[in-house]
Design a protein around this ligand. Structure first.
Ligand code: GAR
Length: 196
């Protein structure tokens, strides 16, 4: 059984899909979530973790010194014994120390078909707005390994969905999110299989 640390900044619907798949889905008897950490004390993802009796920790990024934040994050992950770190709507950069130590063991989900529509500042609704503005005919989630930069690590899995001319960014976001919830657990499974 591999241990997962999941980092969230917001609603945590991807966290929920990971938890659900460890309980009743493709990660059953393969992985368990041991800690959920957020930079945002009011992230609903923390509530989701508590409801599942999973350790939930808020590190209040805005009111902390950056080095202190990075050190506490590192210690929490180490103490949890996590084998894999999942960034599930986590919008901060991971420290280089963690990236180095957990090389090929940190996964991020991005709501577009990387390398398109990635990089600093490209998250959540900004991504879907850019996709609609560029008149793309397809979009979809990408799960990739995390390196020192934003959204540049090698791709583990992608899933395409259509984008229609009449779509609003919200329409695209909804269609992509449905696939995020499927593809993230699949990518975790793939990474675990490669660890063996
Ligand atoms: C997801 O759509 C995820 O792909 C996106 O944030 C949302 C979080 O939703 N992540 C990024 O944009 C990262 N660049 P959730 O909190 O409900 O899982």
């Amino acid at each position: 059984m591999k241990k997962l640390a999941v980092l969230v900044s917001g609603g945590g619907s991807n966290l929920q899909s990971i938890i659900d798949s460890t309980k009743n889905g493709i990660l059953k008897n393969i992985a368990e979530v041991v800690v959920v950490i957020s930079n945002n004390p009011s992230a609903y993802g923390l509530e989701r973790a508590k409801k599942e009796n999973i350790k939930a920790v808020a590190l209040d990024y805005k009111n902390m010194d950056k080095q202190d934040y990075d050190d506490k994050m590192y210690n929490l992950i180490k103490e949890s014994g996590a084998d894999i770190i999942c960034l599930a709507g986590y919008l901060k950069k991971i420290s280089d120390k963690i990236v180095k130590e957990y090389k090929s063991k940190i996964l991020n989900i991005h709501p577009a078909l990387l390398p398109k529509f990635g990089g600093k500042g490209m998250y959540g609704h900004f991504v879907h707005e850019a996709v609609v503005k560029a008149k793309e005919t397809k979009s979809g989630p990408t799960v990739h390994y995390v390196d020192e930069n934003y959204d540049t690590g090698s791709i583990i899995l992608q899933k395409e969905v259509p984008v229609y001319e009449t779509d609003s960014p919200e329409d695209v976001a909804k269609r992509v999110l449905v696939q995020e919830h499927i593809v993230f657990p699949q990518a975790i499974k793939k990474v675990i299989e490669n660890l063996k």
